[in-house]
Design a binder for this molecule. Structure first.
Ligand code: HEC
Length: 266
């Protein structure tokens, strides 16, 4: 009787009490809805969690690639972040003094020298000798070229293997020491030329030594002038002892001693 009740389809049937309509499926619906008891150990991960972990690992990897600092121990030390700036040549980022002088000299050159020696420093064949690559211009010191600009140059002269026999005028009266220093620095550092800068002090000393000379120099005359060092101090070098310097000074003609004393800073 009671067994009947459990297998009987809905709608009641024989053996059922009045109002007793029971459906097996309906009766077990609540039980069938439940999932099986979870078993620990083998469950696959939620797909979204797998994707999320994948993205996280990828992001972490690329983060380390960019910001690990090569895993250096000093990566975050103060000196690593703010390294001592390398010393800047020519005084803390200021314009290179030679470049500055050459810039000023370029203006002098355009006005006073370019008509003959040309903008490219190559001069004109048989008339005006080149300054580019000239052994006169590139001499170790400015002794000879400063004299050429101050007093001019006349007669035969050899420049870069070519002969010239012309005349260059004097600039003693039209250019001051600073302008001559600038233009000489410019021609010594242009068109591929590379030589030391010339200072106004050097030009002033040479102007004093040559004050008595009125006419233009001849090339042969200049070849007798030492390439480097100021006239009066020409014999003195850093390797001399004070006694040797004294001896050299005593041998100088009176006029040169006077020029030397006058050229000393006041
Ligand atoms: C009127 C034309 C003329 C002008 C301007 C002139 N020069 Fe010259 N320069 C010459 C001639 C010509 C010679 C060669 C002289 C000779 O033949 O004896 C010469 C020679 C020289 C030399 C030696 C030779 C060489 O080529 O290296 C130098 C350096 C020089 N000049 C620099 C200058 C500078 C710097 C200026 C401007 C301040 C200047 N000259 C302006 C005509 C000129």
């Amino acid at each position: 009787m009671s067994a009947d009740r459990h297998i009987t389809a809905s709608g009641g049937g024989p053996g059922l009490d009045r109002g007793e309509a029971t459906d097996v499926v309906e009766l077990h619906a609540a039980v069938l809805r439940e999932r099986p008891e979870p078993i620990e150990g083998r469950e696959p991960l939620n797909l979204w969690l797998v994707v999320f972990i994948g993205v996280l690992v990828f992001w972490a990897g690329s983060y380390l690639t960019h910001f690990s600092g090569g895993f250096r121990a000093d990566e975050f030390s103060e000196t690593q972040i703010n390294p001592v700036p390398p010393p800047v040549e020519g005084g803390g980022g200021a314009e290179d003094p030679v470049a500055k002088q050459a810039k000023a000299g370029a203006i002098v050159f355009t006005t006073y020298c370019q008509p003959c020696h040309q903008a490219d420093g190559n001069g004109l064949p048989n008339q005006f000798p080149p300054l580019a690559g000239s052994e006169w211009v590139l001499a170790e010191g400015p002794n000879r070229i400063a004299r050429i600009v101050l007093n001019g140059l006349a007669g035969p002269v050899k420049v870069k293997g070519a002969d010239y026999n012309n005349q260059m005028n004097a600039f003693k009266d039209s250019l001051d020491d600073g302008q001559i220093a600038d233009v000489l620095t410019y021609i010594r550092n242009s068109w591929g030329n590379k030589a030391s800068a010339v200072t106004a002090t050097e030009v002033a000393a040479i102007r004093k030594e040559t004050a008595a000379k009125a006419d233009a120099y001849a090339a042969a005359e200049l070849e007798a002038v030492p390439v480097k060092g100021g006239g009066a101090a020409a014999g003195a070098s850093a390797s001399m002892t004070p006694a040797q310097i004294k001896e050299a000074l005593l041998k100088l003609p009176a006029a040169e001693i006077k020029a030397l004393v006058e050229s000393l800073p006041k």
